[in-house]
Design a protein around this ligand. Structure first.
Ligand code: ATR
Length: 271
């Protein structure tokens, strides 16, 4: 049995074991997937112990993504760009890092929600890890332009510069946001505490999609505002969660799982 796990702290409500068990069952793969709540000062030791015990790979979540990246012998492009990894593979005594959050988000938007990103104008609220991870895959999808709004504008500017040469990305404060966006994403951590980033209602006028990157918080203040302000479609991060897991599974096992039934199982209606 090949061992995999998700490492994070705290991990109370993680859906990753459920998702990967469902994927494994689709192919009859001989693998196990556990949840490891590593002590905050002992992440690296816990990973090395897992490798020594025969672990083949792990997913990594808050607060360990940057340290997972630092442990890697080799970081693939997406992990490199964000300086953070959500997935490690252990192979021939080496640690290889990647980050599938951004590609999972793009897949969810295009394949599951039916919104093509090519030529679209995109607004990200927030300039933390969630936005950094998404920028590369959004540019690859051919978006027309990306605006990053943040309370601390300097942080948004730093993130914009990171990928600036590869496409049209600009930074602004919330008070400078107008209309004209096709897709608006909440990439702040505000929804975790029931708060709302100070987005003006006009940001959602004519938008095809408003996307809340967290999962399991129901109709957050962001999604409620979006719905009341003209967004055609609202979605939370359940599809992103399952799609990034599918990318990890494929990287580890060489097989592409069917995500639809797993998303259906995990979907909590936004009412
Ligand atoms: P991570 O890198 O793990 O995503 P982070 O760097 O703390 O975490 O990023 C969290 C993001 O959520 C930031 O963009 C933060 O805005 P600031 O950089 O201005 O602090 C944003 N954020 C958190 N709570 C928010 C709130 N109540 N309203 C608006 N933005 C919020």
């Amino acid at each position: 049995t090949d061992r995999y796990a998700v490492f994070g702290s705290p991990l109370g409500h993680t859906k990753s074991p459920f998702i990967h068990s469902a994927f494994a069952a689709q192919f009859g793969e001989d693998m196990s997937y556990e949840a490891v709540e590593a002590p905050v000062d002992g992440f690296e030791a816990a990973v090395r112990a897992f490798i020594a015990a025969g672990g083949k790979g792990i997913n990594v979540t808050v607060p360990f993504k940057v340290r997972a990246e630092a442990m890697a012998d080799e970081a693939l492009e997406a992990a490199n760009i964000c300086g953070a990894s959500n997935c490690l593979k252990f192979e021939d005594g080496r640690i290889i890092a990647d980050n599938f959050d951004g590609v999972g988000l793009v897949r969810d938007i295009e394949d599951n929600l039916g919104v093509e990103l090519k030529g679209k104008r995109v607004l990200f609220a927030g300039a933390g890890g969630a936005t950094r991870g998404a920028l590369g895959p959004f540019l690859e999808a051919g978006v027309a332009g990306i605006c990053i709004a943040n309370r601390t504008v300097e942080k948004a500017e730093e993130v914009a510069h990171l990928l600036g040469p590869r496409g049209s990305i600009h930074a602004c404060g919330y008070d400078a946001i107008g209309q004209g966006f096709d897709v608006v994403l909440n990439a702040t951590s505000a929804s975790l505490t029931g708060a709302l980033p100070p987005l003006p209602a006009v940001a959602f006028e004519g938008a095809e999609l408003a996307y809340e990157m967290v999962y399991g918080k129901g109709k957050t203040p962001f999604l409620a505002l979006a719905e009341n302000s003209g967004a055609e479609q609202i979605a939370d991060g359940v599809g992103m969660l399952v799609e990034q897991a599918a990318e990890a599974f494929q990287w580890w096992r060489g097989k592409r799982p069917n995500t639809r039934p797993v998303i259906e199982d995990l979907t909590i209606p936004l009412e």
